[in-house]
Design a protein around this ligand. Structure first.
Ligand code: OAD
Length: 247
């Protein structure tokens, strides 16, 4: 059961921001970032592969890893949590209330669930960008033949995700900060809340006076600052909570 005050607040909130992390996609079968790397990648950790230096040193290895993740994600489907968030977005649209879904995830499952207004803070696995001409191509086909894939200009193409040490896409970050700084409700969903600048968005919401709801099976550094911190899985809580809050 949910606290009546939370349901009333969600129902009345005139603007909502949801920040999603890897935990939202866990129930779609996508390992969270801090889960141990599995299979042939077990001997690496993400920090070793998700950097510009790693790509410069061994572009083939990094390309193979990202292409493997891209192909794995292509087999995954949005879960009940993604679908509930799409329903919440639709209800907010009908009520003329802003709803912004900001994601740290690179799997595009929010879009696959039908969400229209998704801010991808860390890019995605499907847009690959030429390191020479900057040309981008969307790759939703089978595994690449060449690693890394080549651009028409002959340059190497890299995955369009944010690597450690790289700046976040400027437009996406500004949009996320603007929305977080004027929302009535900030929902932190399935994120460890330890990676910045994404983890600082909630501070903008709190400074504005927003209410904060966190959903995570585990405690995070945000838990004690949130007005509500629900222990559980997004794929279980969101489909129950969102309809009860009027969506
Ligand atoms: P993490 O792997 O750091 O954290 C996943 C969170 O999801 C943890 O707090 C889990 O407890 C929680 N979790 C697991 N299963 C869940 C479920 N079914 N429902 C709800 N929560 C669940 O992933 P992120 O917080 O997304 O950045 O990591 C943020 C960023 O760290 C990633 O985007 C990546 C990494 O550096 C870049 O690659 C730039």
């Amino acid at each position: 059961m949910f606290h009546g005050e939370l349901l009333d607040l969600m129902c009345a909130a005139n603007s909502i921001v949801a920040l999603s992390g890897a935990g939202v996609s866990a129930e779609s079968g996508i390992p969270t970032f801090r889960d141990a790397m599995t299979g042939l990648w077990a001997r690496f950790n993400p920090e070793e592969l998700a950097t510009p230096q790693a790509f410069a040193k061994d572009p083939q290895l990094v390309s193979r890893w990202y292409d493997q993740r891209r192909c794995d994600v292509l087999k995954c489907k949005p879960n009940a949590g993604h679908i509930a968030l799409a329903r919440l977005e639709e209800t907010c649209r009908q009520k003329g209330r802003p709803f912004t879904l900001i994601t740290q995830n690179v799997d595009r499952l929010h879009r696959a669930a039908g969400l229209q207004n998704v801010v991808e803070l860390h890019g995605n696995l499907f847009t690959w960008r030429c390191i020479d001409c900057g040309g981008e191509a969307d790759e939703s086909g089978p595994a690449f033949d060449d690693h890394p894939p080549r651009c028409e200009c002959g340059g190497l193409r890299r995955p369009g995700v944010v690597w450690f040490g790289e700046a976040l896409p400027r437009e996406a970050l500004l949009k996320a900060q603007r929305a977080s700084g004027k929302c009535a409700l900030f929902m932190s969903l399935g994120t460890s809340s330890v990676v910045y600048p994404a983890a600082a968005l909630v501070d903008l919401a709190l400074q504005y006076g927003a209410n904060v709801l966190e959903i995570n099976p585990e405690q995070t550094p945000l838990s004690r600052r949130a007005h509500w911190s629900l222990r559980g899985k997004c794929g279980e809580i969101l489909p129950d909570l969102i309809p009860r809050a009027g969506s």
